[in-house]
Design a protein around this ligand. Structure first.
Ligand SMILES: Cc1cc2nc3c(=O)[nH]c(=O)nc-3n(C[C@H](O)[C@H](O)[C@H](O)COP(=O)(O)O)c2cc1C
Length: 347
């Protein structure tokens, strides 16, 4: 049986895992409608992961995926951190506060311990996906032995070949159009291939099933990527507007009213695509200091956003969205899956 068949999906449509936006309700609605629901758990504590997986399992008996970050933890250069803090101090002052004295590592990597692995092995979601890199061999082995399908994001051929050699089951081919963080293994090396270019390249040189992700907002585009060699498609931005997502009202309005996106590493320390805001404008300043490594930059960015948002300033929000956000439609998750399937001539 092929890997995708093991998931018993009615339609080859995945909800992208979206840390901060995913909810058990949204994941379950997608799975119950015949797609693959997802939980983005990369920013969640073990307790919160447990709660979200159990909630999703209570809402659906269909397959869904959980997602974690697999970045190599980098050492923070303390001088770079101090210069960044000083650079941002005037913006904190503008909102009547001091910048923090230090930057913290706010997100763990799946590579750093087996705590998240043990939770997955206990709760057994059907599939687990990884962003920014490949899990350790013993972690892949344990997931395989438990019959859990593994998937890793690739943005170029080298990453895809490493994924294949590691014994992973599926490649998520993330094109440059994608909303959120680039899944690049090395934070400074990006081939910047479009989703269609990447799917064709991986279809030619890799044997694993490919899931196309990035800029897909309708079924015609999804079908085109299947025709190019993808076995399924994964959509994130198209689902943010669903009422069961965790996006707040301002984020939802921005999706419809300010549909221009850009990639910047200034927010988190890793390149990510979102709706253009103050961060994107600053990053082009010639005199800005070096950006501290991921996820330390994210720590101060989140603090500045929280402070600014309390004073009704939204310029520092990370409203992640894909390049094709202008095509967003107001549809609930089940309706969106069915509409996509119809446009793909599958329903
Ligand atoms: C709000 C948001 C959050 C995201 N968070 C994650 C995440 O936690 N893990 C992950 O693997 N990908 C994440 N992504 C990237 C998606 O998996 C996927 O590559 C992207 O949504 C596809 O492009 P699209 O948004 O144009 O559909 C996120 C994307 C968005 C829009």
């Amino acid at each position: 049986m092929s890997t995708l068949n093991q998931l018993s999906l009615q339609y080859p449509i995945f909800l992208a895992p979206m840390a901060g936006v995913s909810t058990p309700q949204l994941a379950a609605e997608v799975s119950n409608a015949g797609g693959l629901g997802s939980l983005g758990l990369g920013a969640s504590s073990i307790e919160s992961c447990r709660e979200q997986i159990l909630k999703t399992q209570a809402l659906t008996d269909q397959a869904f995926q959980v997602n974690f970050f697999c970045h190599r933890s980098e050492v923070l250069d303390l001088d770079v951190a101090q210069q960044w803090i000083q650079h941002l101090q005037p913006y904190f002052a503008q909102f009547g506060h001091h910048a923090p004295e230090q930057l913290n590592c706010i997100y763990p990597s799946f590579l750093d311990s087996d705590d998240y692995l043990h939770l997955i092995l206990e709760l057994r979601p059907a599939a687990v996906s990884f962003h920014f890199g490949i899990p350790h061999p013993h972690q892949i082995q344990a997931l395989k032995e438990a019959g859990i399908i593994t998937m890793v994001t690739a943005t170029n051929l080298n990453e895809a070949q490493a994924i294949e050699q590691a014994g992973i089951d599926l490649i998520i081919a993330q094109g440059i159009e994608a909303g959120g963080h680039r899944g690049i293994f090395h934070p400074q090396r990006d081939a910047a291939l479009s989703t269609a270019e990447l799917v064709q390249l991986l279809h030619q040189y890799c044997n694993l099933p490919i899931v196309a992700a990035g800029g897909i907002m309708n079924g015609q585009h999804a079908q085109h990527l299947l025709d190019l060699g993808a076995s399924a498609v994964q959509l994130g931005t198209a689902f943010i507007q669903c009422s069961s997502s965790n996006a707040n009202t301002i984020y939802r309005e921005a999706l419809f009213d300010e549909p221009v996106t850009q990639i910047s590493a200034a927010i988190s320390g890793r390149p990510a695509r979102g709706i253009v805001n103050d961060w994107h404008k600053w990053i082009e300043q010639l005199d800005r200091p070096e950006i501290p490594v991921y996820p330390y930059s994210y720590d101060i960015a989140k603090q500045l956003h929280q402070l600014a948002a309390q004073q009704q300033h939204q310029g520092f929000a990370a409203f992640w969205a894909g390049s094709q956000v202008a095509e967003i439609r107001q549809l609930e998750a089940a309706e969106l899956i069915y509409t996509l399937a119809k446009e793909m001539r599958l329903a």
